[in-house]
Write a protein that binds this ligand. Structure first.
Ligand SMILES: [Zn+2]
Ligand SMILES: [Zn+2]
Length: 368
């Protein structure tokens, strides 16, 4: 008899998650079955749940299983898998992390080695009624297809620290690399959510001269401070975009920041952030993923200021290993265990989404 695993099934916009059982798959050669120990709720999961990103309307097959930030242990190894992607021996029971996306290997971006820009990376959603069923994080299992990146978790790191590592931390490490952020530069971080506080610590570690963080929620600003921010701009104090731009100018001696990172997911943050850049500055765009939500801006500011915008959606295969190494190296310096504020069981998933959507909890974890 086949074993059954539970999953929180997403049927479409406005419908509550429903717990259902699916047969636990046996991995194909090269594939791995993961037993999920913790999954977290990211801003983009909320976007999908709320409908800012309507999966059904976008043509994604439903029903499906949402969630992309997770960690777990190896439950079954497909034929031929003996090591993780870094060459470390891999056995059943080992704790692991892995990206939620994978590249196709045969598109223009993949051909030039730019796998993070592979269009297939965006389409990781599959229907959960079809084999292998376990396609998202809010479930007991996750099916990692053949030849996917997987990295063993060092013993000194807890599930709380590593569950969001395949999204927030890896994303900002790769993003800062992409905009060539370097020693001695000043950065403005728009938004002190999961991405923002991770970016604060990474920029600090990379030798930032000044890390300036903007947010409107005092607990989030305090957390950013604990993650190494030098200057905080509270939106309750600096209420308009002009006031915030002026504050960045004051802090930077009226030159502007070398890099501004948009990690809040609000279109209006983009023209505001561009105005905070120095001449020749680089804008890192990660947060805005809601298709059709737009903003007006004056493109002459890019030309006259020799400014560039870099959009980053996912990251390269080696980033995840660097993210784990960074956590091991700095875990006593920054409160990575404070990013998660509450844990819920899989059965409480509707409650968890509602609470995080209302801002009652900043980031929650689901333990299946
Ligand atoms: Zn995420
Ligand atoms: Zn590709």
């Amino acid at each position: 008899m086949t074993d059954t695993g539970r999953a929180a099934v997403y049927k479409g916009l406005g419908q509550p998650f429903e717990i259902q059982g699916f047969p636990v798959p046996d991995p194909e050669p090269g594939a791995i079955l993961i037993k999920i120990t913790m999954a977290t709720i990211c801003g983009s999961d909320l976007h999908m749940w709320r409908g800012d990103l309507d999966l059904g309307a976008m043509g994604s097959p439903l029903p499906t299983i949402l969630g992309h930030e997770m960690t777990g242990t190896v439950a079954k190894l497909g034929e031929g898998v003996t090591t993780d992607s870094a060459g470390q021996p891999l056995a059943i029971g080992d704790r692991v992390v892995y990206p939620y996306f994978h590249h196709c290997g045969h598109c223009k971006a993949c051909l030039r080695g730019d796998t993070n820009a592979c269009f297939s990376n965006l389409m990781y959603m599959n229907a959960c009624n079809d084999w292998p069923h376990f396609v998202g994080a809010y479930a007991e299992y996750y099916y990692l297809g053949p030849n996917r990146t997987i990295i063993k978790v060092p013993e000194d790191l807890t599930d709380e620290m590593v569950a969001p590592v395949n999204c927030a931390l890896s994303e900002v490490i790769y993003g800062l690399h992409k905009v060539n952020f370097t020693f001695g530069e000043t950065i403005v971080i728009q938004g002190a959510g999961g991405l923002g506080v991770n970016a604060t610590a990474v920029a600090r570690d990379m030798g930032a001269e000044k890390v300036i963080v903007i947010d409107g929620i005092s607990e989030r600003l305090e957390l950013a401070k604990a993650f190494g921010a030098d200057e905080l701009i509270d939106m309750n104090e600096y209420k308009t975009a002009d006031e915030r731009v002026m504050r960045v100018m004051e802090i930077t001696g009226f030159s502007g920041a070398d890099v501004v990172a948009e990690l809040v997911g609000i279109p209006a943050a983009v023209p505001e952030g561009l105005s905070m850049l120095c001449s020749g500055g680089r804008y890192l765009e990660i947060g805005n993923i809601s298709i059709g939500k737009t903003v007006e801006f004056d493109p002459s500011s890019l030309v006259m200021g020799s400014k560039t915008i870099h959009g980053v959606v996912v990251y390269d295969a080696d980033t995840l290993k660097k993210a784990l190494d960074f956590l091991s190296r700095t875990k006593d310096k920054y409160p990575f265990d404070k990013i998660l504020s509450r844990t819920y069981s899989l059965e409480q998933i509707n409650e968890a989404f509602e609470a995080q959507d209302k801002g009652l909890v900043s980031r929650s974890a689901i333990i299946p």
